[in-house]
Design a protein around this ligand. Structure first.
Ligand code: AMP
Ligand code: GLY
Length: 427
């Protein structure tokens, strides 16, 4: 079987690496891929990103299964395009991907179907948004409605920050948010307290199989300071997801979401990622939905997957029954990944810094590439999040020390990384 992975981040490097381990997979292609997938002996990069061109290429190469990594091609309808031509692809359609691509859609959907989430209101008018913030007070959360690579959310601790965020998102749009129909819009929501976890399921229609849980670190700096980013590190499993919390997440969030989507004529297939905020009583509320795997959560999750990822995704694209019959096997050891980001990330990442001393792959420690580019055997920074060094260990602490020890040997100018990934689990 020939398999195609769409995307170029650390998540896609990890998906492609894991798929290439399957005995049923002859060749994994990555479009467009990155420096790490270019250097790998088992992966081949394909320099195509246009959706129609990708579909034509997949047809001409006889690709048997396509897996989509990022949200942008999903929101642009890559699944609809492939399916319309009889190609097998794992991911939601354009309509179903609105769960992620539009905060306004997903918040209203959760309200319609009684899925626990923060109270909210949606605004297109900056004056009304400012007045609302003045009425409610802080802390309060301001979110851009549209895809913003995880950077369109401001958790405001002061009124000044909240007002600035509204102007920033509605008037200036310096974040590069892709607006949905109707133009710039913000969702202003209640601040929730608790601990976050990433709860990701493989879905087909109303059937869901939960992957190992994980926890991301969204802020740029140690002790959860600094701006939100796409994610600076993650580990799996997340101890905050106890068996009770797990059961509630399935019963109150995932299953009603799948049933609601089915009822609304938008059956959901693909990875459904619920970003949960879990309060002191173990009650989860949904912060957001993503319709894809998390990055960097995928890297530690897939390090722990012992069974065949190709089988899992093949079954998931076969039928709800085949998915329900699939039993994944997990390494009982935790895994932890630390992201090394470029100088200037997240606002203005610098490209072109030479990366040196990259170690060889090891079953217990992998360096997944994200924003990297290979040229004549050398690797250069080429995006905000550059690498994710991911290790398995007997404990979170052991995984953490192996990841940091490996990272300390790698060098590029301007490298930034957090020193405290996993801190909640090693206390
Ligand atoms: P989102 O992209 O919606 O997941 O938001 C990014 C990050 O902002 C989340 O991972 C949380 O850390 C934080 N956040 C979002 N919404 C809320 C909320 N209602 N209350 C507290 N923190 C939030
Ligand atoms: N790490 C967060 C995300 O992938 O959305």
């Amino acid at each position: 079987m020939m398999v195609l992975v769409i995307g170029s981040g650390g998540r896609e490097h990890a998906i492609a690496w894991k798929l290439s381990e399957s005995l049923k997979v002859q060749q994994v292609y990555v479009a467009p891929g990155n420096g790490g997938t270019a250097l790998s002996n088992t992966l081949i990069n394909v320099p195509v990103t246009d959706i129609v061109a990708l579909r034509q290429w997949a047809q001409s190469e006889g690709i048997g299964l396509t897996v989509v990594g990022p949200e942008a091609p999903l929101a642009a309808g890559v699944v609809d395009e492939f399916r319309a031509h009889g190609l097998r692809i794992f991911g939601p359609t354009l309509g179903a991907a609105q769960l992620e691509s539009s905060k306004a859609f997903s918040k209203a959907f959760m309200q319609r179907h009684g899925i626990p989430t923060a109270r909210f209101e949606t605004f297109t008018d900056a004056d009304l948004a400012h007045a609302h913030v003045d009425r409610i007070g802080v802390p309060i959360v301001v979110k851009a409605d549209g895809l913003a690579a995880g950077k369109g959310v401001v958790v405001a601790q002061t009124l000044a920050e909240a007002h600035e965020a509204i102007d920033f998102m509605l008037l200036d749009n310096r974040l590069g948010v892709t607006h949905n129909a109707g133009g710039a819009r913000v969702v202003i929501e209640e601040f929730l307290q608790g601990e976050e976890a990433s709860f990701i399921c493989v879905c087909n229609g109303t059937e869901a199989l939960a992957l190992a849980t994980s926890q991301d670190h969204k802020r740029l700096l140690d002790e959860d300071q600094g701006p939100n980013t796409g994610g600076m590190g993650a580990y799996s499993p997340a101890p905050v997801v106890t068996p009770e919390v797990h059961a509630r997440a399935m019963r109150q969030v995932i299953l009603p979401t799948l049933q609601g989507m089915m009822k609304e004529g938008l059956p959901f297939s693909g990875f459904l990622y619920a970003g949960l905020m879990i309060d002191a009583q173990g009650q989860p509320k949904t912060l957001e939905f993503n319709c894809r795997l998390g990055d960097p959560e995928t890297q530690p999750i897939l390090m722990r997957l012992r069974s065949d990822l190709f089988d899992l995704l093949w079954n998931a694209t076969e039928s709800p029954e085949a998915l329900a019959a699939h039993e994944p096997q997990w390494d009982r050891r935790p895994a932890l990944g630390v992201v090394a980001a470029a100088h200037g990330y997240p606002m203005d990442p610098r490209k072109g810094d030479l990366i040196s001393n990259l170690p060889a792959d090891h079953p217990d420690c992998m360096v997944f590439h994200a924003g990297t580019r290979e040229q004549n055997g050398q690797v250069y920074t080429h995006g905000g999040r550059v690498l994710c060094v991911t290790a398995l260990g007997e404990s979170v602490r052991a995984a953490q020390s192996l990841a940091y020890q490996t990272l300390s040997g790698i060098h590029f100018d301007g490298m930034q990384y957090r020193r405290d990934i996993g801190h909640r689990a090693v206390r």
